[in-house]
Design a protein around this ligand. Structure first.
Ligand SMILES: [Zn+2]
Length: 328
């Protein structure tokens, strides 16, 4: 079953104990159902649970039955066309039969219990919600524009902050944020569905965070490699032209291009590099035999914070290994 179907099934488990709430829920159904005019009330649904609840709801609310009940599979159609029955329904809501537009009678939804029941009815008849693993969207759609505007006001009173839009002759009230959808579902009596939305959000956030981190690391790695290449070329040019200013070298790193991506550093520079540049240090300088096949390059330090002493220390170390010639 779809997530929306699951939500409706959960909503239909709400007990029908109070008459006030049954009337409020039926009111929500009528204002958000397929047709509610002076001549007919018609509710069409695909939810089997709602189809089971509807006749019970109308009996509890108005003590009347539907004139038309669903036949067979597929969409379930319920209708009341008997003028006497329609008069009873209108009377329950104080609706003016001569009025052109339907309005929400706030007296019916004065109690907190009834407000939740009203919104539940509206959602059962004219609501839908997207599977939270695919996106966040919950909406209530009705063809009665004034009703939609008034329901919007009612929801704002309940600290809900939906948006409103016109769509194909309907006015739609909708939520696009997971926490708002959670609040609405909890309010109308679907806390399990609300929890599912919450879990989907957590999962998505976590996955996003992991992906971002992985992408970020990969991008950083690419950048590091790219920067290294640029630096190598720049230093090579400087060396070739004899312009290399040794005083500006705060740290020297030997790069063996035979093992691309591996950077060898002196013991003295190891700690500061690891900490500062987050460079993966593969080996110590001393442990890397230089066979002459790889290219050796100098890197200019990227940080001013490296103490000048380190540079000399490193040079001394390199000298000891017979490589001082590299630094002029
Ligand atoms: Zn109530």
């Amino acid at each position: 079953m779809s997530f929306a179907g699951d939500v409706k099934t959960e909503l239909c488990r709400a007990p029908l104990s109070r008459r006030c709430c049954a009337q409020a829920e039926a009111y929500g159904v009528l204002l958000y159902c397929n047709t509610f005019t002076g001549a007919e009330a018609r509710v069409v649904t695909e939810s089997a649970s709602f189809a089971q609840r509807l006749p019970v709801l109308f009996r509890k609310a108005f003590k009347l039955s539907f004139d038309r009940l669903p036949q067979g599979e597929g969409k379930q159609v319920f209708a009341v066309a008997d003028p006497a029955k329609l008069a009873i329904i209108r009377q329950a809501f104080g609706a003016d039969p001569k009025a052109l537009a339907l309005h929400l009678n706030f007296a019916v939804v004065e109690e907190a219990c009834c407000r939740a029941a009203f919104l539940r009815g509206a959602f059962l008849a004219g609501g839908s919600v997207t599977d939270p693993r695919k996106g966040y969207h919950l909406e209530l759609a009705t063809s009665h524009h004034s009703v939609s505007r008034e329901v919007l006001a009612l929801m704002r009173e309940l600290d809900q902050d939906p948006r409103s839009a016109q769509r194909k002759g309907n006015t739609v009230i909708y939520f696009k944020q997971s926490d708002q959808i959670e609040d609405f579902l909890t309010c109308v009596g679907a806390p399990v569905a609300a929890m599912e939305v919450m879990n989907a959000k957590l999962e998505r956030d976590l996955r996003g965070k992991v992906n971002r981190r992985v992408n970020c690391d990969a991008a950083n790695l690419d950048k590091t490699v790219e920067a290294a290449q640029t630096q190598i070329e720049a230093i090579r040019r400087l060396q070739a032209s004899g312009q290399l200013d040794q005083d500006r070298l705060r740290l020297a790193i030997i790069r063996n291009t035979n093992a691309l991506g591996e950077i060898y550093v002196s013991r003295a520079a190891l700690d500061s590099i690891q900490e500062r540049d987050k460079i993966q240090v593969c080996s110590e300088f001393m442990d890397v035999p230089f066979d002459g096949a790889g290219e050796l390059c100098l890197f200019e330090a990227r940080s001013e914070e490296v103490p000048r002493g380190r540079n000399r220390e490193w040079k001394e170390e390199a000298k000891g290994h017979g490589r001082s010639g590299l630094y002029g």
